[in-house]
Design a protein around this ligand. Structure first.
Ligand code: 1GP
Length: 249
């Protein structure tokens, strides 16, 4: 295992973590640096960089470099395709979208990306990505068949399958800007099943988290890592209370 994943696994055994997502399509490099600093001050533990459209080099590399100039946090790529890769980052969520209907997003893009990740010297973090409910642009682009909000057993079964296939992170994604986040019942059932399996995995939850109450309920349900994206641009003043609510619950 690599340095970043080891640290995520070790740290999240002790405490809950918060990651901030910065979408390269929405910001320039200077702004990305500023947002990273805001996130750092709010108590975030890592910066994810990625988006489903409009991600390209050299813009992506400049953004990652500027983030690294501003904060001493791991920068982890969160790509939707091979254009989301740059050697400037520390690691990449090497994801398979388990509930895509398109084999490209399950194993095709990974075949194209694997040698690039190796040549760029990026640490791959084996991650299963499960799209829930709204799904957003990620779900649309990835041709997901989103798990209905009221079917926690489907999401939990996908999560367990991902863990059995070797993923270390299980990412439950409602989609950026989701009107409704991943339901806590879905997180708790997933956590229960993963704990039972004794496989060493962590649950990441993201999409549509806009309040400390939601963050707290996801924490209580058993999420290890919370991701927020839009919030840092739309309502940065709220971020510290959301991070705190998630970590202290
Ligand atoms: C990352 O999709 C999330 O998983 C980010 O969602 O932009 O709604 O916080 P938000």
């Amino acid at each position: 295992m690599g340095r970043i994943l080891d640290k995520i696994l070790a740290d999240s055994q002790e405490r809950r973590l918060h990651f901030t997502l910065i979408d390269p399509e929405k910001v320039g490099a200077l702004k990305a640096g500023e947002l990273a600093r805001l996130a750092y001050d709010a108590g975030t533990d890592a910066i994810l960089v990625g988006g489903s459209i409009g991600v390209f080099e050299p813009h992506l590399g400049k953004i990652v470099r500027e983030i690294k100039n501003n904060v001493d946090l791991p920068v982890i790529l969160f790509p939707s395709n091979i254009n989301g890769l740059t050697g400037e980052a520390d690691a990449v969520l090497f994801m398979t979208m388990l509930n895509s209907e398109d084999p490209y997003y399950i194993s095709g893009v990974q075949m194209q990306a694997s040698t690039i990740v190796l040549r760029l010297g990026l640490e791959p973090i084996p991650t299963s990505y499960i799209v829930v409910g709204y799904g957003g642009t990620a779900g649309y682009v990835g041709r997901a068949r989103p798990v209905p909000y009221d079917k926690p057993e489907i999401a939990a079964s996908y999560a367990l399958a991902g863990a059995m296939l070797g993923s270390k992170l299980i990412y439950l994604e409602a989609g950026s800007g989701a009107p409704r986040p991943v339901p806590p019942e879905m997180v708790s059932l997933t956590r229960k099943l993963l704990d039972k399996s004794r496989l060493d995995t962590r649950i990441i939850v993201g999409g549509g988290v806009r309040s400390p109450q939601t963050a707290e309920s996801l924490a209580r349900a058993g999420a290890h890592i919370l991701v927020t994206g839009n919030l840092i641009e739309e309502n940065p003043m709220l971020l510290p209370s959301i991070v705190e609510a998630f970590k202290k619950a």
